[in-house]
Design a binder for this molecule. Structure first.
Ligand SMILES: NC(=O)c1ccc[n+]([C@@H]2O[C@H](COP(=O)([O-])OP(=O)(O)OC[C@H]3O[C@@H](n4cnc5c(N)ncnc54)[C@H](OP(=O)(O)O)[C@@H]3O)[C@@H](O)[C@H]2O)c1
Length: 333
């Protein structure tokens, strides 16, 4: 696709849309935000004025109909992702949609099918996959520096006296697992793949929202993993993989770290990898590369992994007894 500057449209004007749009400035020569849509014109105007965006809408669908964009970034709460992403793909507008890309694996499978039917790029914004430190970490792991990986530990958790309301609202897909737990799950899936067996426990409040979750995974190779996430404590927020020859560790806020630690017989080494911006422009660059190549799938943000991880989230929520109002929404045939 011979696009001079890729035209981005932003759906929703909340926290992550703001961070993502700010970071797109790192790609100013090749990307431009041409449109933003919000549920209210006030918010759309405020956002558009802040970032110098030409077209602004008080309706997500009108942004698609007007045709000013090559790719849509979706930053609404998770329950809204599915319908908006589906409408965009059907309009043949490429989609980069926040994580978790849908509430269920069934919905994600449908979006992948719709992307193929319309020959239109679709990707989940799992930015951790494209982060340079995380990529260097997994390149080291693949070289075999720790031997056969046998154990993985990953944790994601924070507490704030005033948690954003979205995180505690079942109608907005609230809970520790879908918002934070998806990172430990993605990390361990990147290291070891999908497990043969998964067990999960969680503390669920009176509204049916999981406040913290512990998961144990077993593999037929003999490898195991322990994963935790929560909204009630200041967790270590680290991730590691270990094998007979040593271990690799991503430090606090492991999903966008500054360095990793390699511990082997040679000693303990801190490996720094230079990064810039907030870290969201890396996924945007990968999406634009795929768009220019005319791909339906962005190699750095693979469909199979998105679906397998949603399968794991489905099973975990089944075991801990968490369901959402939009869970069974399915727009496919
Ligand atoms: N990749 C990351 O680092 C990262 C970080 C945080 C969150 N996320 C993901 O991004 C998504 C949004 O999270 P956020 O923290 O940005 O949330 P947020 O600050 O609450 O913003 C969400 C935005 O979605 C729009 N929206 C549409 N329907 C809504 C509804 N029924 N209730 C509330 N807002 C609604 C609103 O924008 P308008 O009023 O303009 O329509 C709102 O500002 C989630 O899926 C989350 O998992 C990713």
């Amino acid at each position: 696709m011979g696009i001079a500057r890729v035209r981005w449209g932003i759906v929703a004007t909340g926290n992550i849309s703001t961070s993502f749009t700010r970071d797109l400035a790192e790609l100013a020569g090749e990307a431009v935000v041409t449109a933003v849509a919000s549920r209210s014109l006030d918010s759309a105007d405020r956002f558009a004025d802040q970032f110098g965006i030409e077209h602004r809408y008080d309706d997500y669908r009108r942004l698609l109909e007007d045709g000013h964009v090559d790719v849509l970034y979706i930053g609404t709460p998770h329950p809204q992702h599915y319908a908006i992403a589906r409408a965009a793909l059907q309009a043949k507008v490429a989609v980069l949609c926040e994580k978790p890309v849908t509430l269920t694996a069934r919905q994600a499978r449908d979006l992948v099918a719709v992307a193929h039917e319309n020959n239109t790029l679709f990707a989940e914004a799992m930015w951790m996959r494209t982060h340079p430190v995380v990529q260097a970490f997994f390149a080291d792991l693949a070289k075999g520096v720790i031997g056969e990986p046998m154990e993985a530990l990953a944790d994601f958790g924070f507490h704030k006296p005033q948690l954003p309301a979205r995180l505690l609202d079942p109608a907005l897909g609230g809970g520790a697992l879908m918002d934070g737990g998806i990172y430990p799950i993605t990390f361990v899936h990147m290291a070891l793949g999908s497990p043969a067996e998964l067990k999960a426990v969680g503390s669920v409040n009176e509204d049916g929202v999981d406040l913290n979750v512990a998961m144990a995974w077993r593999y037929d190779t003999g490898a195991i993993a322990a994963l935790t996430c929560g909204l009630r404590s200041q967790n270590p927020w680290t991730a590691s993989v270990s094998g007979p020859e040593g271990s690799l560790l991503l430090p606090h806020r492991f999903h966008h770290p500054e360095y990793y630690i390699r511990s082997t017989a040679a000693g303990e080494e801190r490996i720094d990898v230079p990064t810039h911006g907030l870290g969201y422009h890396y996924e945007a660059a990968e999406v634009m590369r795929a768009l220019r190549a005319g791909l339906v799938e962005c190699p750095a943000l693979p469909h199979a992994a998105t679906i397998e991880i949603l399968d794991l989230l489905d099973e975990t929520r089944r075991q801990i007894g968490v369901s959402y109002p939009g869970d069974d929404e399915y727009l496919g045939g």
